[in-house]
Design a protein. Sequence first.
Length: 82
Amino acid sequence: MARIGVEQSLSDVQEALQAKGHEIVQLQQEHDAEGCDCCVITGQDQNVMGEQQTVTEGAVINAHGLTAEEICQQVESRVNQQ
């Protein structure tokens, strides 16, 4: 399955993705996203300064307002597109 980076505070999302067989990497620092197929963020730390430094080639999913199941669906949809 895919290697998914998930922000530490999204434990319910981490558990749901693990149950589907994905490898989970907790995103605590920028370089943690390297090698991930997809990343899930809370949206609280979005790019306020306007800097554009790409750490991963994978999709980034903003979890704000989504359930764990909705996030899992988005992750699987984007990973299957690659």
